[in-house]
Design a protein around this ligand. Sequence first.
Ligand code: PHE
Length: 315
Amino acid sequence: MQEQIKNINNLDELQALYTATFGKNGTMTVRLKEMKNLDNDARAALNRENQTLRELFKVRQTEIENAVLMAGLEKQKLDVSLNPMPENRGTLHPLTQSLTEIASILESFGYTMHTGPEIEDDWHNFTALNTPAHHPARDMQDTFFLPNGNVLRTQTSAIQIRAMESDGVPIKMFGIGSTYRKEMDATHSPMFHQIEGLYIDKNITMSDLIADIRAFLSRFFGIDNVELRIRPSYFPFTDPSIEVDLKWRGSKWLEIMGAGMVHPNVLRNCGIDPNVYQGFAFGFGWDRLAMLKYNLPDIRQFYDSDVRWLKNSGF
Ligand code: PHE
């Protein structure tokens, strides 16, 4: 009997044998009914046999059920050689990607990131930056004016004023954000982005400025030692002021950023004594830097929200 149970391979047969054994007129049922005629030893032996058989049926049932389940799973096997569904992955916008790189470089130099409002008051965008009303330098930037006299921020320099007002000196920060000017062609968009560094402490000099610019551009463009050309320039909020050109791919000079030593009037406007503290500021077009690095010809593509462009540009 025990061998018979072990050799059964399907549930129907097992059920049939179970009924034949334990059913109403099953062999074991009949024997159990006759138990009263047996002596004590024979009764005990019958009880054990009864127990053992029931156990065996249970174990065999589980074994057969598991085998059926495994056979089913075997048939459902995943075919890993099938072509995958086309993947539609999102990517980070090139401006976001470049910000991550720019921020990590500047932060490694000890600059901390700041932002500010895009609708700015006259004080932070112009006056505090040594550009009072009627100053001719206001015409350098075609400003969007709001009816209440506020402006759409024309330069991230406004952020350095806010940072100096709130944090005081010494300070080493960079501001990032959107800026607005009335201009539009392949290299100009009415909304663009700037990044601007500021470092004020005791004994900061022009060579500190040039060293940081050189180290920053080398790291960002992955060039061992960038070739720079420093030209005198004019900004109302720096004196002396310079413009920095970068030798691009061994041939062309590209104008890449404006910079200079922060004008004493700017420091005074922020409650800082220029006889004790001095320092530098530099500012550049964030979009322009990204265009150069990723070889993108037209600034307007940054703002078109065209996913095909993002894909084809390899982002
Ligand atoms: N704010 C200047 C611009 O928009 C750039 C600049 C920043 C120049 C800081 C000098 C120092 O053209």
